[in-house]
Write a protein that binds this ligand. Structure first.
Ligand code: SF4
Length: 374
């Protein structure tokens, strides 16, 4: 079982908070980029060592701006190069302003069976300062349009911890998504990343960030809402109706292999992690000249042990203690720390698998780091 991630490094405009790799001036070389992505797929055919691919994920950047011919070329290359399960989950991240009858029909026709829609907020002033390319009217209409075109497996992204977002407004946003009948929600707290327009504004005092208490209160409110509507929190920031968990992301969290293709994309094969150069021109040139564009980090047993804790504790799948002990000896100090967390009701142990309780989820990073091996 394995996944393929394709990074489409194009965006119409730059969202003020975003530090992903993308370019807004791509028209002159978009064909070269698609050719380079297809070439990378073919040259890295052996990376997955013949494992069956059960998920394909188009992320970015903005994959919803791909033309039909570009999407077809990439999918054809994947299907002719790898062994893809016929029931594979094929996801595409779509921005609301790219969603219309013709794009939906095209995606459907080419086998996209899961849409990830970046709504972010239902408040126009938020979308304005974020410099999103869509407006509130798009946010409201795109989901029902996708549903009317036969997309059932839809996830939407919302953000909390936004400047001046009141608790009532946040509650309204979450309830609105639940009432749209989408089976999956990803909700992320706004973080101020370095070298973004937002970090510049924060430094100059042009925008107020929310306090940690507000962020935490909004997270708790989110949990109350999703529980009311019968969604399961299967990862700290991800909520789904039964059977609609993201297979692609779940594979990441369970430590399955994946091949990431495109500039800045990351790959993982159990023993090492690698990533491609985050530079569009450099990536295209390297593929053309058959020169190096990937860096690789071998993961030690301790790295893998710590990663399993960090990622596993964030999910409802948890951390299996037998799997951990296969990576590294479980120390007495580790057991003492786990027992301390159990007494505080932050962690529970069900048959040798550690998961976080509700209280623990509010301290996930702290708990994980306390359990890391040096
Ligand atoms: S559309 Fe997505 S990837 Fe592009 S700038 Fe905005 S948040 Fe970043």
């Amino acid at each position: 079982m394995a996944g393929i991630y394709i990074h489409i490094p194009f965006c119409k405009q730059q969202c003020t908070y975003c530090d992903f790799h993308f370019s807004t001036t791509f028209e002159v070389y978009r064909k070269e980029m698609i050719d380079a992505i297809c070439l990378e797929l073919k040259t890295r055919k052996k990376y997955l060592q013949g494992k069956e691919v059960n998920t394909i994920y188009f992320g970015g950047g903005t994959p919803s701006i791909l033309l039909e011919s570009e999407l077809t070329l990439i999918l054809d290359t994947i299907f002719s190069t790898f062994s893809v399960n016929l029931t594979a989950e094929i996801s595409l991240e779509a921005n609301p302003d790219d969603i219309n009858s013709s794009s939906l029909n095209m995606w459907k026709q080419h086998g996209i069976n899961r849409l990830s829609i970046g709504l972010q907020s239902f408040k126009q002033s938020d979308l304005d300062w974020m410099n999103r390319a869509h407006n509130v009217a798009d946010s409201s209409s795109c989901v029902s349009l996708a549903q009317a075109h036969g997309f059932e497996n839809i996830t939407v992204d919302l953000m909390y911890g936004l400047p001046d977002l009141s608790m009532d407004e946040w509650s309204l946003h979450v309830n609105r998504v639940m009432e749209m009948g989408v089976p999956h929600l990803s909700a992320y707290c706004l973080t101020v990343e370095e070298k973004t327009t937002l970090s510049n504004w924060v430094r100059k005092g042009k925008i107020n960030t929310s306090t940690e208490d507000t962020q935490s209160d909004q997270f708790v409110k989110l949990l109350e809402c999703i529980e009311k509507y019968g969604y399961e929190q299967y990862e700290i920031s991800n909520f789904s109706k039964p059977g609609f968990e993201s297979k692609h992301n779940s594979n990441y969290w369970k430590g399955e292999w994946y091949l990431g293709v495109g500039p800045s994309a990351h790959s993982f094969n159990g023993a090492s992690r690698s990533w491609a150069i985050a530079n569009n021109r450099g990536y295209i040139k390297a593929l053309k000249n058959n020169s190096t564009y990937i860096e690789t980090e071998q993961l030690s047993a301790v790295d893998q042990f710590n990663e399993r804790i960090l990622i596993g504790l964030r999910t409802s799948y948890g951390v299996n203690l037998d799997d951990l002990s296969n990576l590294n000896e479980i120390t007495e100090a580790f057991n003492v720390t786990v027992n301390g967390f159990k007494e505080k009701h932050w962690v529970k142990d069900s048959g040798g698998t550690l998961t976080l309780t509700k209280e623990g989820k509010l301290r996930a990073d702290y708990i994980a780091s306390a359990l890391f091996l040096d």
